[in-house]
Design a protein around this ligand. Structure first.
Ligand code: BTN
Length: 252
């Protein structure tokens, strides 16, 4: 189809010139699709970020969703966000850029965001029916392609590398990396992936402020739990685990 090196991911691809959100499309078809099916679009008109935010998705990026059926308990679904972040960071490092991961899911270069991941799952009781892994990577855009109000703190691979990137070969490499990480996720103790993720994370050790819809937690990020929740040690020395939220570094 497009010279894929994978056996599972991308066996079937739904390609769109324009779509509202690849995650929304993927969720609509997930029940009747096989694991590994991909939804990918040139542009998204209603790209969605975490916590109800908008995700700017102009021409030049990679906007895609992967349908997975790992048969795991719902509480483990957030682990797949870490799996995807690790895979993105690894392929970006392969092209020579120093990609780091900011908990829970931002892949950054020189402190600027180049990729975001939105994991959505549907579960019956506690078993996951499917997981939609939505991955957005700023590849060949210039900064002027990103509306000014979203530009702060963002970058693209082209800006960081100083040259255009072949999106198809990047995508082939990424899918292979993601497939390998996913196989390891299914067959190995999760601690393997967590250790690799921790090695690329720039969050642990930092003073952070995490906002969730209900509260704000400040302190030092000291680790992640096996499910990928951030462990924060607060000023009063008590610890808190936060499974999802928006993380800001006190001293970026
Ligand atoms: C975030 O950092 O807030 C997550 C951004 C996720 C963006 C991707 S792009 C492909 C997929 N479709 C969407 O609508 N969102 C995800």
């Amino acid at each position: 189809q497009m010279g894929l090196k994978t056996t599972l991911l991308g066996k079937k691809i739904h390609y769109f010139e324009e779509v509202s959100s690849t995650n929304s499309v993927a969720k609509e078809i997930a029940a009747s699709e096989e694991e590994g099916t991909l939804v990918i679009a040139e542009i998204q008109k209603g790209g969605r970020g975490r916590m109800g935010r908008e995700w700017v998705s102009p021409h030049g990026g990679i906007w895609m969703s992967v349908i997975l059926k790992p048969g795991i308990p719902l509480r483990h679904a957030s682990r797949l966000t870490l799996v995807a972040g690790l895979a993105v960071a690894n392929v970006i490092r392969e092209i020579g850029l120093d990609a780091r991961i900011k908990w829970p899911n931002d892949v950054r270069i020189n402190g600027k965001k180049v990729c975001g991941i939105l994991t959505e799952a549907k579960a019956e009781v506690d078993r996951v029916d499917y997981v939609v892994l939505g991955i957005g990577i700023n590849v060949n855009m210039d900064l002027k392609d990103i509306p000014e109000s979203f530009r702060a703190g963002s970058t693209t691979l082209k800006v960081e590398l100083g040259k255009h990137i072949r999106r198809v070969s990047f995508l082939q490499d990424f899918l292979l990396e993601l497939e390998q990480q996913y196989i390891s996720f299914k067959t190995q103790p999760f601690s393997h992936i967590l250790n690799d993720w921790l090695a690329l994370s720039d969050t642990i050790g930092k003073e952070v402020k995490v906002t969730t819809p209900s509260r704000i937690i400040e302190g030092r990020a000291i680790g992640v739990t096996p499910d990928g929740a951030l462990i924060i040690r607060k000023a009063d020395d008590t610890k808190e685990e936060i499974i999802a939220g928006r993380c800001i570094y006190a001293r970026p």
